[in-house]
Design a protein around this ligand. Sequence first.
Ligand code: SF4
Length: 407
Amino acid sequence: MPPSSSNPRNRGETHIRDRGDACPGALRLHRADDGGLARLRLPTGILTSRQVAVLADVADRLGDGHLGVTSRGNLDLRGLGEGCGLELAGLLREAGLLPSERHERIRNMVVSPLTGLDGLGLADVRLWARDLDALLCAGEWTTELSGRFLFAVDDGRGDVAALGADVTLLAEPDGRALVRIGGQDQGLAWRVAAADAPRAALAAAEAFLAAAREAGTGAWRVAELPAGRALEEAVTGHLERAGIAAGRTAPAALPVGAPPEPGVVAGRAVSVVAPLGRVTSDQFRALLPAVEVRVTPWRGFVVTGLADAAAAAARLAELAAAGFLARHGSPWLGVSACTGRPGCGKALADVRADARPLDHGGLPVHWSGCARRCGHPQGDWVDVLATEDGTYAVTVRRDNDVQNAQR
Ligand code: SF4
């Protein structure tokens, strides 16, 4: 299984790779030791009640009765039998979860999960996300994006803007939007009208592909492009050709917002987290009834449409009883783990059985069965890595660089 949030730093002129990415999708299943693995992209992060029910049934009928939530807010189905691909595709299509088969692996987007719910964002960016997804699915060239290229749509609170996306849309005051391509260190940002934001994100992605072709290094992500002004010039040119009035802006620190805490949200919704990013089909069904269920890139769910604060408090108690993390401050909130044994043949340990909270100044802790460290967090985090001798190496990583190591 490939890492879901790698942030490579290859600035050289050498060829990075010759092959396409091997990211699993809803149609291209990955063969794992525990059967087929399908990954379903949820570009807006939003599921209807019916879609939640369908996915729970699909997990029971075709998979191992569980659903995994990835660090990009996608859903994994595991333990899929040989030859179930057609049936799976049919069920997903019928539920409206597969709008374009050719684009299903490139619809990679993270969206502020509480946008429009709690009044803390500068805009309700659900429409941006829907429009950007529609533009991605309508384009022919967009199928050339890799399954790892990531868009972030942030309502101004700075939560998903910190997740290392290749193209980030950030709501700003006064009906404007910031379009950033690459990470903070690349400092490439333009200011556009909010109404142009989805088209501007698309233009930035097209500019990336043009710059990647020009570099000829096989880059999948913006951070893999060689240093230089080629990307900046490509973005400027693509924005102009799209007829988007865009002002190049000096690099500025983006806001850094926190993930949704478990609890009641604005009296009408609840936020919970899936322990180690995995739930049973019955736990998934327990999220219903709801107007919508939002899947978060912090492996959680936001249930919306509750009648009032009392109903929200009651639902939170039910979800806690069902096994979700529903309490602010739980030490398990910052703990994640890769698949490990027995599902992954590369794993040196059953990391999910071994995983537990570690006290490292509140940093997220990620347990990995091998050095690929699938699904590790962004930013500063504690790396707990299985070793050949049956122990774990514990390392604090800061922005993907090892700063401090200990055994
Ligand atoms: S052991 Fe874990 S980190 Fe290694 S490839 Fe498997 S899932 Fe990924």
